[in-house]
Design a protein. Structure first.
Length: 608
């Protein structure tokens, strides 16, 4: 048994119970769980009900019999998915990890150590690099998989086997599987092990067998460019970066593995507009997988693209600092922190985000300071921050870094500094304390900062009635003339210079029909420096289709011209447009609209 006198949370108890039951090392009863978890019978029965509910939600049957005790029945992959989630829940503290080790060692003496040694030797001998923060998770998970595979073999689809067969790693994993003779279906488990490792591996080069994922990365990056109206200057580098993360993401989703610590609620709240645009762009990956992506994975790529967009900002060439971003939770949280910090400190170069475990491998000369979510022992200046910064956090961090590193052009006095300057010259009313004033001023400042952050205009504020027009010419004009006509309201309103019209046409000539978003809707745009004066949009709807580049494969009925002044102010409006594009009914209404009022109403409904 895994009996040990520690205080377990409800989640800890249920996760441990799931591992005990799924391992099937003995027939588990209520008594066994009482003894192992050191809780009352009533508590165990309550936990059992919640585990049963969780099993049902995952399409599994969870029941008790006198012959076998509590057992999970159903799709083996879903049972293993439940095991993986339980392991993730228990990795947060040493005490619960020790309980998992004790449980694994019931299978055979020092089983956990042997699995860990074999996996590490395998990775090292084949020079395979697993994301360090996920290596421990992989070891525990594969250890439990090995135990289950002695009596519950995995079944993969022909499609999955076909995808895994060409991988270089598939040809190597067989020797790892052969280290464990208890596995009854080594061929199937070799494929499954390959999927597990590919879902946690760092893909820095195009491995034979994943070229299709590089092509997918390319298409996703192009879609992000087209939807955001942003042009990545180092496009190939961006594709390489996205590919490096898309490869493990693809195999995670394929294997139904859960990603940890993406902080999805905060991402959706603080990066809502970019989240919507990224989600739409990732449809290429969804089509490849044949299923909808989990929101956690969408959030992961939202942060990746947020970082790439932040990197486009022109940075002053004064004193340059190099900062390392570290988080013990792993790459996901580090990427979130890096994206936040890159926007906050454009005068700092943020080198690739690292996990806590890689810090000792980085030469001290490679960086000047560290931002971390936990305290570290380091010779460099250290700033401890949460993975996602609130407005209060940002103000305080700006002030602290400015004071300690004397960064140029960043002077943000704290509320304490402001009050220290004012209070000697005023008399406080009875009952009013300095602390109360500090709270009120802080609340007011944060409200103003939040208001400033929400100043990006909505789609309805840009596509006003005077910017929406219809064209009933027969035959329809050329595609070049169509773009000029669509952008005419922006010239008339002095939002763009006439040369911006030529720039939008030239982009299509240079890069092809990339502005076609699908459904006969196109988004012509160019760079801000091509003649943009103010952020603006216009819409022109044709009765007859206009063929982009005179190609019948690209019939356009609606041209929506975008004039952006920077890389992010327009994202709020474009996220609303994306919501329309993801709603078949809304798209149909837009295509059938015959009046300005119909289009304005449709846009406003999408924003409610």
């Amino acid at each position: 048994m895994i009996r040990q006198a520690i205080n377990l949370t409800e989640n800890d108890r249920q996760a441990l119970a799931i591992l005990m039951i799924s391992a099937e090392l003995e027939d588990i009863s209520v008594y066994h769980l009482q003894d192992a978890l050191l809780v009352s019978r009533g508590t165990v029965l309550t936990d059992i009900k919640k585990i049963q509910k969780s099993a049902q939600e995952n399409g599994l049957v969870f029941k008790y019999s006198r012959q076998a005790g509590y057992r999970f029945y159903g799709d083996e992959r879903r049972i293993r998915q439940l095991v993986q989630k339980s392991i993730l829940a228990l990795l947060c503290q040493p005490a619960t990890k020790a309980l998992m080790v004790n449980l694994l060692n019931q299978f055979s003496d020092d089983f956990h150590l042997r699995v860990m040694t074999d996996i590490r030797q395998f990775l090292e001998s084949h020079r395979l690099t697993v994301v360090p923060s996920r290596l421990e998770e992989t070891i525990y998970f594969l250890a439990f998989v090995i135990i289950r595979s002695s009596s519950h073999p995995i079944v993969l689809t022909d499609k999955e086997i076909g995808m895994l067969e060409p991988l270089i790693i598939k040809q190597k994993v067989g020797e790892l599987v052969n280290c464990f003779p208890t596995i009854i279906e080594p061929k199937a488990e070799t494929s499954y092990f390959s999927m597990v490792l590919m879902g946690m591996i760092q893909a820095k080069v195009r491995e034979y067998g994943t070229e299709f994922l590089y092509d997918c990365s390319y298409e996703i990056c192009r879609k992000v460019e087209h939807l955001t109206g942003i042009e990545f200057k180092a496009f190939t580098s961006v594709v390489d970066h996205i590919y490096a993360h898309l490869v493990p993401a693809y195999f995670r989703i394929l294997g139904k593995f859960t990603i940890q610590n993406v902080l999805i609620e905060q991402i959706q709240k603080q990066y809502n507009h970019l989240f919507q645009l990224t989600q739409y762009s990732l449809r290429t990956l969804e089509d490849l997988l044949g299923e909808k992506l989990p929101e956690s994975e969408v959030g992961y790529f939202t942060i990746l693209f947020g970082g790439e967009i932040a990197n486009l900002t022109e940075r002053p060439e004064d004193k340059r600092y190099r900062a390392l971003v570290v988080c013990p939770s792993g790459m996901s949280s580090s990427l979130i922190m890096r994206s936040e910090l890159a926007t906050l400190f454009p005068m700092i170069d943020f080198i690739e985000a690292k996990s806590f475990f890689e810090l000792d491998l980085i030469p001290l000369d490679d960086y000047d300071l560290i931002f971390s979510s936990v305290a570290l022992v380091t010779q460099k200046p250290l700033y401890i921050i949460p993975p996602i910064l609130s407005m209060v956090d940002k103000v305080e961090l700006l002030r602290k870094v400015q004071r300690e590193l004397l960064l140029p052009s960043v002077v943000v006095p704290s509320v304490t500094d402001i009050l220290a300057t004012i209070l000697p010259y005023v008399t406080l009313k009875e009952g009013v304390t300095q602390e109360k004033i500090k709270k009120l001023v802080t609340k007011k400042m944060m409200k103003q900062l939040k208001k400033k952050g929400d100043e990006s205009p909505m789609l309805s504020e840009l596509l006003t009635p005077d910017k929406i027009r219809f064209n009933h010419e027969t035959p329809a004009p050329t595609w070049q003339e169509a773009i000029r006509l669509a952008g005419a309201p922006l010239v008339e309103n002095d939002a763009i210079e006439p040369r911006y019209l030529d720039a939008m046409i030239q982009k299509v000539l240079d890069f092809g029909p990339f502005i076609h978003l699908g459904f006969g809707i196109a988004l012509p745009h160019a760079r801000p420096e091509d003649g943009v004066k103010n952020l603006a949009m216009s819409l022109l709807k044709f009765s007859e289709p206009v063929y982009l580049l005179d190609d019948e494969k690209h019939p356009i009925r609606i041209f929506i011209c975008l004039a952006a002044v920077d890389n992010d102010t327009h994202l709020r409006a474009l996220s609303s447009l994306t919501k329309i594009l993801t709603d078949k009914t809304a798209v149909q209404r837009l295509l059938e609209a015959e009046t300005t009022e119909e289009i304005v109403t449709l846009i406003q409904e999408g924003e409610e």
